[in-house]
Ligand binder design. Structure first.
Ligand SMILES: NC(=O)c1ccc[n+]([C@@H]2O[C@H](COP(=O)([O-])OP(=O)(O)OC[C@H]3O[C@@H](n4cnc5c(N)ncnc54)[C@H](OP(=O)(O)O)[C@@H]3O)[C@@H](O)[C@H]2O)c1
Length: 320
């Protein structure tokens, strides 16, 4: 089968289409003929070599979420999975291929009316948005800022916060056009990346959901109201300054909270329950997915170039 591997870390040109044997599902796994493959921010981090400490090697087959039809099951897996259309999390590898394997606990049947592209746009990121707001103890009436809102996590976080009765949902975005699209999804105020513009935005926020991190993180930490909660879910802008905790301590008397959040720490059945509910909402049009572009698998490098250039609003999807 065809698959895309990292031949050399760094530039997207290091991605290569290769022929590899079809994977055989191990005990507890299913094999899926992919119809849609999500291209995520974490794929770009791995390809750049940024996550070298995690032990990725040249030849790594990228991709962590796919949708398609189950073609085989491993030992111990109910044979009734065969033939079903599913979404699956494949871990940090194996997705950019015509056939992928996943543990059956990480597989979810797709509801009618949900395309594979929609599923891989929402499947991984939607639960991050949901549980990040949960971790922030967000309640209706509060003000929320989503930093890095133009990606799949942010797009869902904006919709969830707005739909759950936030009194204001501000976002950061790099252009007026993106700001307008985010307003259409429920944002009430748009700030630029620096957070300096948007004079009509609330001066402070009860909750910040941050996909970006990076050098500006302390500035956004200062935007928290007393008792405000900041949840860092991503680092697309790099690591924050090493001493950012000093800003938190300097604001001691405002009782601020800072948390990191990874969906890896959520029990699998809880993730699946939320995902299932979000898939149903998306199939009924109550939650919108934003597919930036659908490209053939062989153009994975082009998808990564678009991500590196900051051109992607939502998610790029590959098809085999
Ligand atoms: N916590 C978890 O469980 C979990 C799970 C999966 C992934 N992640 C993490 O989430 C991140 C990917 O999320 P995603 O796919 O939603 O994000 P994304 O699409 O990669 O980026 C989101 C937005 O951030 C803005 N941005 C990008 N680079 C920036 C920079 N240098 N400075 C300021 N803003 C910048 C861009 O919007 P504008 O151009 O409009 O500013 C971009 O659209 C990765 O860090 C990944 O590791 C976390």
């Amino acid at each position: 089968m065809r698959a895309v591997v990292i031949r050399a870390f760094g530039d997207p040109g290091g991605l290569e289409v290769v022929d590899v044997p079809e994977p055989v599902p191990a005990p507890g796994q299913v094999r899926i003929a992919t119809e849609a493959i999500g291209v995520g921010g974490v794929d770009a981090l791995i390809r750049r070599g940024t996550l070298g400490a995690y032990g990725f090697r040249e030849g790594h087959l990228l991709g962590s979420e796919v949708a398609g039809r189950v073609t085989a099951v491993g030992e111990g897996v109910d044979a009734s999975w065969t033939g079903r259309r599913v979404w699956a999390f494949t871990g940090l590898s194996g997705g950019y291929a015509e056939q992928a394997v996943a543990a059956v606990e990480d597989v979810l049947a797709l509801p009618d009316g949900l395309t594979g592209a929609d599923a891989v746009t929402l499947g991984g990121s939607g639960v991050v948005a949901h549980f990040a707001l949960d971790r922030a103890r967000f309640t209706p009436g509060e003000t929320v800022l989503v930093r890095g809102a133009a990606g799949s996590i942010g797009i869902t976080a904006v919709q969830l916060a707005a739909g759950d009765g936030a009194s204001a949902v501000a976002v950061t975005a790099s252009s007026a056009e993106r700001g307008a699209r985010l307003r259409d999804l429920g944002a009430t105020h748009v700030l630029d990346r620096s957070g300096e513009s948007g004079t009509d935005a609330p001066a402070g926020f009860d909750v910040v959901i941050d996909v970006v991190g990076g050098p500006r993180l302390p500035f956004f930490l200062d935007k928290l109201n007393p008792n405000g909660r900041y949840v860092a879910v991503g680092v697309v802008g790099g690591q924050p300054p090493a001493d950012f905790g000093m800003r938190l301590m300097d604001a001691f008397r405002r009782s601020l909270s800072f948390a990191t959040f990874s969906s890896d720490t959520v029990p699998g059945p809880d993730r699946q329950a939320v995902r299932s509910s979000q898939f149903a909402d998306a199939a009924h049009g109550n939650l919108r997915t934003v597919v930036h572009e659908v490209l053939p698998l062989g153009q994975a490098a082009r998808a990564h170039r678009a991500m590196d250039a900051g051109e992607v609003f939502g998610r790029v999807v590959l098809t085999p």
